[in-house]
Write a protein that binds this ligand. Sequence first.
Ligand SMILES: C[S@@+](CC[C@H](N)C(=O)[O-])C[C@H]1O[C@@H](n2cnc3c(N)ncnc32)[C@H](O)[C@@H]1O
Length: 303
Amino acid sequence: MARNQKDYYYDLAQKEGYRSRASYKLKQIQHHSNIINRGNTIVDLGAAPGGWLQVAKELSGGRVFGVDLQKIEEIPRVTTIKGDITADSTIEKILEFAGKGGADVVLCDAAPNLTGNWALDHARGIELNRAAFECAKKILKPKGTFVVKVFQGDMFKDFFDDVTSEFVHVRAYTPQASRSTSAEIYIIAKKFLTAPIRKGQIYAAEIKELGASGDGIAYIDDFVLFVKETEIGDIVKIKIKDVKPNFGFAEVVEKLDALPENPKYDNPIQQRTQIPLSADYEKEENPPRGNVSRDNYRPPNKE
Ligand SMILES: C[S@@+](CC[C@H](N)C(=O)[O-])C[C@H]1O[C@@H](n2cnc3c(N)ncnc32)[C@H](O)[C@@H]1O
């Protein structure tokens, strides 16, 4: 299966003029989650030899930028640079490209040089993922999209949760074009949040108005929060349940007599999400086809 799969996408890439079989992973991600729209500005981190850049350019027709440790051969109307995404000097160049307008989509298919040592490869992969995540947070437009390849392992869930707290919709997805022996999975995060509020936080607030559905409305730094079962004038301790780009939902923890001086309560333990992994994967429409674990892990071939 793995060999056929490799040959199939490798041959297809040759036939259709793509620089890597990885192009089909991006096409499948696009088909699954519609991440790129016409006119989008796209930044691709870890982009060599350029298969994703080709697909990104075709899909968006807008400004596309790629960076890699390796030189990327020229692609018409795509800007590329050589650089390390963990280096500040590279991030500065990316910021320069994104400019004030920012990017609609940040992609990261970067992979460290794999050694075959599961723990080491996973840790080095997560380091790249976090560099990409930090870059995405600096350049994404509000409601922007971030797609990042992660090698599964112990640190996956923490990383997934951190991404989840910055976007409205986040899911893990393995495209068919990924090799069945690969531990890779893609995190697809949509609707970058720029609001000051995050799920799980606790605030004190006064209910100022009632919404059309009868829920109370409170404001935190001008951000609108709908709070069920409250009346105008109620002073309540609330827990943020869900955050959308322009408003959020909260539930009452307790009623208060007066607003405290600092309305934000320390709440280091944010609400953690359930992610579909291993056994839970049956629920996904595209489950990973191999049972990749520490014991049978082999580094994938170069794409
Ligand atoms: C799987 S390839 C990307 C394939 C690409 N998506 C395509 O379709 O052609 C992974 C790339 O990540 C790059 N990479 C690894 N570490 C990097 C880093 N620190 N900074 C920039 N690129 C990096 C590697 O040089 C490699 O070209």
